[in-house]
Design a binder for this molecule. Structure first.
Ligand code: MRU
Length: 354
């Protein structure tokens, strides 16, 4: 089975041909537990409960979930209905990352008018693996393009600030924003990465710091609220983040806390770069205002681990993504090239629709 990441990087899941083994990201960095998904429902659960998270990884996992549904369906009269029901269910696992819907649309197209369950299974497995390997390759390309953009400021070394986790754990390997940082480090142009802890789920402290530590990439963890002080200090050259959905006008939905970073970066004259594969670009969504923003449970804010930190019955506002308007973004780096000063026009030109 293909394993795309280099030996020193982590992977979010392993496809065995019969099951999808998922590294339970809820337990990191304390415990590395692999949960075995042997059906589409288990994959749905893994995505919905955030055992696997990060836009590209969610899409890839869902694609393997469809393969598992097809495995279960072989030999049954209503095999096609079983697969399409699983696809519909997987679409409901999380609302914001468009990669989920993009991957399921590809799986649906791969199923096509197939008349035999066995042939369908083969075509679906091939498509899921293709989606997986394409994402890895896209990340490697974006890593190089993002680094070239940073290098326009000189030879470095540069310090950057990142938010959430956009690494190998969130993708088919290498990472998006973290892929740029990884490549910068490989080119010896990285001084240090500042890692926003990324409240409330702590993707920064629990996952990004863990990935960077495993690879010996110099980093320092900071409270999200320390970002203003950090950017004001002039130490950071670029803020580099990922995306869950990029609208047709260049607005970007990403982990909650991204928008304040973009405002700060503009205020202090620091570059703001979004790194995402073309599977994250959603030309059907006109602007950020049309993006469904997931809200998650109050417990994420009311508890620190097992300990309750808010009074009983506290009402909570917990959107887990925000929308950064295109005019605050200096560049969107994709596997197909860099969009500078994103806008409806530059997005269209990029897609060749102009
Ligand atoms: O809620 P999560 O952890 O799935 O959110 C992840 C993010 O917001 C990432 O920045 C985004 O998906 C890009 S991952 C390459």
């Amino acid at each position: 089975m293909p394993q795309f990441a280099t030996p020193e990087t982590v992977v979010p899941f392993r496809w065995t041909g019969k099951t999808l083994e998922v590294l339970d990201q809820r337990l990191l960095p304390g415990e590395e537990r692999w949960n075995i998904c042997d059906g589409a429902d288990a994959v749905y659960e893994a995505i919905a409960s955030m055992q696997v998270r990060g836009a590209p990884a969610i899409g890839i996992a869902a694609a393997y979930g469809v393969v598992l549904a097809a495995r279960e369906a072989v030999g049954k009269a209503d095999w096609k209905e079983i697969i399409t029901t699983a696809m519909r269910h997987l679409r409901e696992s999380r609302p914001t990352a468009v990669n989920l819907f993009w991957a399921l649309d590809r799986m649906s197209a791969a199923l096509g008018p197939e008349l035999r369950a066995e042939a369908a299974l083969e075509a679906l497995e091939e498509e899921a693996q293709q989606i997986h390997s394409e994402d890895h390759d896209a990340c490697v390309r974006m890593g190089a393009l993002g680094c070239d953009l940073i290098a326009e400021q000189g030879a470095g070394p540069f310090s950057v600030l990142t938010h959430c986790n956009t690494g190998a754990l969130a993708t088919g390997g290498h990472g998006t924003a973290l892929g740029v940082i990884r490549t910068l480090s490989e080119r010896r142009q990285l001084r240090e990465v500042f890692v926003d802890e990324t409240r409330p789920w702590l993707q920064g402290s629990r996952l990004t710091a863990w990935e960077l530590a495993r690879e010996g990439i110099p980093h320092r963890l900071n409270a999200d609220s320390a970002a203003a002080t950090l950017l004001a200090s002039g130490e950071v050259s670029w803020v580099v983040v990922g995306a869950d959905r990029i609208a047709a006008n260049g607005d970007v939905a990403n982990k909650i806390g991204t928008l304040p970073l973009a405002v700060l970066a503009r205020h202090y004259g620091v570059g703001f770069m979004v790194v995402a594969p073309s599977s994250t670009v959603d030309m059907q969504t006109a602007s950020g205002a049309d993006i469904a923003i997931e809200e998650r449970e109050a417990a994420e804010l009311c508890y620190a681990g097992e300990r309750r930190v808010a009074p009983e019955d506290t009402r909570v506002f917990n959107p887990v993504f925000d929308v950064t308007p295109a005019n605050l973004i200096d560049a969107i780096v994709t596997d197909r090239g860099v969009i500078r000063s994103p806008s409806r026009e530059t997005m269209k030109a990029f897609r060749g629709d102009a």
